[in-house]
Design a protein around this ligand. Structure first.
Ligand SMILES: *Cc1c(COP(=O)(O)O)cnc(C)c1O
Length: 410
């Protein structure tokens, strides 16, 4: 027998953790599929998917198998060597996309950091020192490093951390005229989320993405699609830009790629990849064998017609049911999204009360997310069982009833 494990509880958080998060009042200890259990044994339906990360639910047997098999073989060798899982996953990602080359890292922010550094480097090598401007969208989210938080278009995340990196501008999302007015020969990159995730599950318009693609080509600027949240099957295609048929020069993905194991990737073409020559960029854990073995298992399952068709079908069902649940109370102004990335926008009568509805859901044993103050976000497992989805919706219906009872406008 091992020595007894120390008892810990949610209260410890407030003593030992940096207070940058405000976690829920319970501590999850076990998950299986789309269900979670907390320390007290309470069961919850999980439609939050670890914030669009647990793409195959909790403890999917194929991922457990991939991880444990690799854990008994090789954990880490550094980038002084390459390794088989990384090479296999890179081959599968390039086979499935426009890209020829892959750089692995550990988080979405790092993949974006690599993409932005690549764009600056390409512009520097090909056009000289004056081409360094990056254009991104207002309300976008690209990560929390100093560079990516400033590229992101939400000042509340970037203020108060000292001088800002230069050469970054923001324009209104889905406004082609605005970005056209901002672009010039000095622009080295445009970075966009094809579906803005954190700021409310807001899909780009078709004509906008097509127009931005043409502008980037015209100005020799790299088009970077941040698919950290929208990628890996969540939209119903492997990547959301494939829904639009608009091809970027650089693609980043993370969250769902590891199904819960930290991994991210930056993908690009041969033409641009060559600018990150030996020594120009790196990260200790990027391409780690454990992470890549899991990523390969995730990709093998998600990138199949059955699973992707299931995402489309369940996404449509989920949006339809949410509209039906909200209708009697005039709760949602609209329900939007693609595939299983779904946003329900609160109606004016319940403006900015998404967090209160999320709390009501938790009291009914259901995990959902918010995306900003006014949007309920759902990002369930891409292989969620219909029965779990229906049980989650039944709990949400009860949550709506209790929320409306407390918050109904006079
Ligand atoms: C979550 C997210 C990121 C940041 O990913 P981390 O793994 O938290 O660094 C970047 N871009 C988008 C679109 C995201 O949703």
């Amino acid at each position: 027998m091992s020595i007894q494990e120390a008892q810990v509880s949610r209260a410890d958080f407030d003593q030992v953790m940096v207070p940058n998060y405000a976690p829920a009042g319970f501590v999850p200890v076990r998950g299986l599929g789309s269900r979670l259990w907390d320390q007290s044994g309470r069961e919850l339906i999980d439609l939050s998917g670890g914030i669009a990360v647990n793409s195959l639910g909790h403890c999917h047997p194929a991922l457990v198998e991939a991880l444990t098999t690799q854990a008994n073989k090789l954990w880490h060798v550094s980038n002084v060597f390459t390794n088989e899982p990384a090479l296999r996953l890179a081959r599968k990602l390039t086979d499935a996309t426009f890209a020829d080359r892959v750089f692995f890292s550990n988080s979405g922010a790092e993949a974006n950091e690599a993409a932005l550094k690549l764009a600056r480097r390409v512009a520097h090598d090909r056009f000289g020192d004056d081409k360094y401007e990056i254009i991104s969208a207002l309300n976008s989210f690209h990560g929390r490093t100093v560079f990516t938080v400033n590229v992101g278009g939400q000042p509340k995340y970037s203020e108060g951390f000292g001088p800002r990196p230069a050469g970054i501008s923001h324009v209104k999302f889905n406004d082609l005229a605005a970005i056209e007015a901002m672009m010039s020969e000095r622009t080295c990159a445009v970075i966009l989320e094809p579906i803005q995730g954190e700021s409310g599950v807001l899909p780009a318009d078709q004509a906008y993405l097509e127009g931005v693609r043409a502008l980037c080509t015209k100005y020799n600027a790299l088009l970077i699609f941040d698919e950290v949240q929208s990628g890996m099957g969540r939209s119903g295609k492997l990547f959301a830009h494939q829904v639009y048929g608009v091809i970027p020069d650089v693609l980043t993905t993370a969250k769902s790629l590891g199904g819960g194991f930290p991994i991210s990737a930056m993908l690009t073409t041969e033409e641009y990849a060559k600018h990150l020559a030996v020594g120009t960029h790196g990260t200790t854990f990027g391409g780690n064998p454990l992470a890549c073995a899991v990523g390969e298992a995730v990709l093998d399952i998600i990138n199949t017609p059955d699973v992707l068709a299931g995402v489309v079908e369940k996404g449509e069902y989920l949006r339809q049911r949410l509209r039906e649940l909200g209708a009697p109370h005039d709760l949602f102004e609209l329900v939007r999204g693609k595939g299983l990335l779904v946003g329900a926008v609160m109606s004016p009568a319940y403006k900015d009360q998404a967090a209160a509805l999320m709390a009501a859901a938790e009291r009914e044993g259901l995990l959902v997310l918010v995306a900003g103050p006014n949007v309920i976000r759902l990002a369930p497992s891409l292989v969620i069982e219909k029965a779990d989805l229906d049980e989650g919706l039944a709990r949400f219906e009860r949550a709506i009833a209790s929320f409306v009872a407390q918050h109904a406008p006079a």
